[in-house]
Design a protein around this ligand. Structure first.
Ligand code: M6R
Length: 366
């Protein structure tokens, strides 16, 4: 049932290229230059007229929501807020019928996310679900939705659910951008083509596995890790840190790279591995100068870079390459080495990768 893999988590990491194809199949019509998604098509006015989009979720799904915030605002020019469902539900939020709420949940059973949905509905908001488990409670409670079609995710650490959530949310953002006239046809088309190339590029990123094992071996005994990213890859830094924490029990934190100098840089010494997502896009130059800042404090740098990068390589102890793509889709690639890194560290430390202590696959109590 693990298909020859040692753990479900590894199997699910390797399933990502085909899972993403399953997510966009029948929805992304590259030749016709359109995105078809029944749950959105049937309610397109609600989306087009939304004054704001509010995303509620927990854990890794919340990280997918943060990536979506960058994508929706960039493509569709609609204000987006991302909330922890557990905070949203108890803080008397300002929300009304002009809001579209997107609830993201792999299991579709998370208690806090469910409660947030009920609250949003009671205020008149339109609630759209992005779930993986077909027929789950959240998929039934929402007004409309889109399944991720990632297939069963057994490992407690979420992997393919995350990248397929980002895929669905990217399709939604593209569709909304088009419906609102915020993106030229050329640009829209170009993004569809780029998304279509992502599964092949993930395969390529997975080829770094043996090299990532070496990196894991080198740093498996570290007491702490830092993960840094900016822009679309800031949430990926948070996700990388969460993956390491939950399966290896190593303390890790994710930070926006530029926040380092506001406090956390004090933590840095030669024993601190810092994973920096530094793809050659958007904030590249800024990230390079952030790396210089921490390098001068002796940190060990593990750079996640675009193929062929030389600048970050020259400053890093290790680099892990991912293929190039448009900035908005880089999280789909930069996530892959971070999943593998935490997986190998946990295995080398002898931890129970698929069922880490204290954790359950779905959190049905608040
Ligand atoms: O099923 P959900 O997506 O609603 O679950 C949310 C979180 O409990 C979940 O993502 C959790 O953080 C994972 N263990 C992360 O790997």
């Amino acid at each position: 049932e693990k298909g020859g893999y040692e753990h479900f988590m590894l199997k699910e990491i390797y399933e990502q290229p085909s899972a993403i194809v399953d997510t966009y199949r029948g929805r992304m019509l590259v030749d016709k230059g359109m995105v078809r998604m029944a749950g959105m098509d049937d309610n397109i006015e609600r989306f087009v007229n939304a004054k704001r989009i509010l995303i509620v979720a927990c854990g890794t799904s919340w990280h997918a929501g943060l990536v979506a915030e960058y994508i929706f605002e960039d493509f569709a020019r609609v204000p987006v807020e991302v909330e922890y469902a557990s905070e949203f539900r108890y803080r008397n939020p300002i929300i009304d019928e002009n809001d579209v709420v997107i609830a993201i949940s792999q299991s579709g059973e998370t208690a806090d996310t469910m409660a947030a949905i009920k609250l949003a509905k009671s205020k008149g908001a339109f609630v759209f679900g992005v779930c993986n488990v077909v027929g789950s409670s959240i998929s039934r409670e929402t007004h409309a939705g889109a399944y991720t079609h990632a297939g069963p995710e057994i490992g407690v650490a979420s992997t393919k659910a995350f990248t397929t959530q980002i895929t669905v949310l990217s399709l939604m953002a593209l569709k909304l951008a088009k419906a609102k006239g915020n993106m030229s046809n050329t640009d829209f088309h170009y993004h569809l083509q780029e998304l279509d190339l992502i599964p092949g590029k993930i395969k390529k990123a997975l080829e770094a596995n043996e090299h990532i094992k070496e990196v894991a071996k080198k740093y498996m005994n570290a007491a702490n890790f830092l993960y840094l990213g900016r822009g679309f890859n800031f949430p990926v830094a948070l996700e990388g840190a969460l993956k390491l924490k939950e399966i290896s029990y190593i303390h890790a934190e994710g930070y926006p790279a530029a926040e380092m100098k506001h406090g956390p840089i004090a933590l840095i010494d030669e024993n601190m591995p810092v994973v920096v997502i530094a793809t050659k896009k958007g904030h590249y130059e800024k990230v390079v100068s952030n790396i210089q800042e921490i390098k001068s404090r002796e940190a060990r740098i593990i750079g996640i870079v675009t193929e062929g990068d030389t600048d970050v390589r020259s400053m890093s102890d290790y680099v892990i390459e991912v293929p190039d793509t448009v900035e908005a889709f880089t999280p789909l690639l930069t996530t892959i080495p971070l999943q593998l890194l935490s997986y190998h560290i946990a295995v080398m430390l002898g931890k129970n990768v698929d069922q880490p202590r204290n954790l359950a696959k779905s959190v049905t109590v608040e």
